[in-house]
Design a protein around this ligand. Structure first.
Ligand SMILES: [Zn+2]
Length: 161
């Protein structure tokens, strides 16, 4: 890896971390609380560092990205990697949108995912879950960051995430 790429990755990680703990602190603290509860309940819970975020496993049927924390309930599913990239996109939204994350992303996403009306609507009209702006957006941002890092890994050897 070239010096400038190491610097670029380090700076991006520092910026990601800094934004989560300042501008995005509300949802980051919520994520930290969930993270700590899971850690206390299961000290052997496997943690993975992922492009600056921390992934922990949970037994909920579904995954969530909150602040810099990703909770992974899709371990054995076919779309596992895609889901992690998507949830990572929510963590990037948290860093960039800060206090706007909860009203613009968190609440609409929660309602879209869980309210029976929307669950039925998606089923009846065969609408993809990813149709909602904040979901489409999370996948796009997640893919962009992860692919950038992967491209650097390929050209410059492995990087520490
Ligand atoms: Zn989502």
């Amino acid at each position: 890896m070239t010096y400038s790429n190491i610097e670029k990755h380090r700076l991006t990680r520092v910026l990601y971390w800094f934004l989560q703990w300042t501008w995005g602190i509300v949802q980051n603290i919520c994520g930290l609380v969930v993270f700590l509860i899971l850690k206390v309940k299961n000290p052997n819970n496997k943690l993975i560092r992922y492009n600056g975020a921390i992934i922990s496993q949970w037994s909920v049927n579904g995954s969530m990205g909150l602040g810099m924390f990703i909770f992974d309930g899709h371990q054995n599913k076919d779309d596992h990697e895609e889901t992690i990239v998507h949830e990572y996109g929510h963590t990037v939204q948290s860093a960039i949108l800060g206090p706007l994350f909860i009203p613009l992303i968190g609440i609409p996403s929660f309602i879209w995912a869980n309210f029976p009306y929307f669950v039925r609507l998606r089923k009846r009209k065969k609408i993809s879950y990813m149709n909602l702006y904040c979901e489409k957006w999370a996948s796009n941002w997640g893919e962009r960051v992860v692919q950038n890092n992967r491209a650097d890994e390929v050209t410059n050897g492995s990087i520490t995430v």
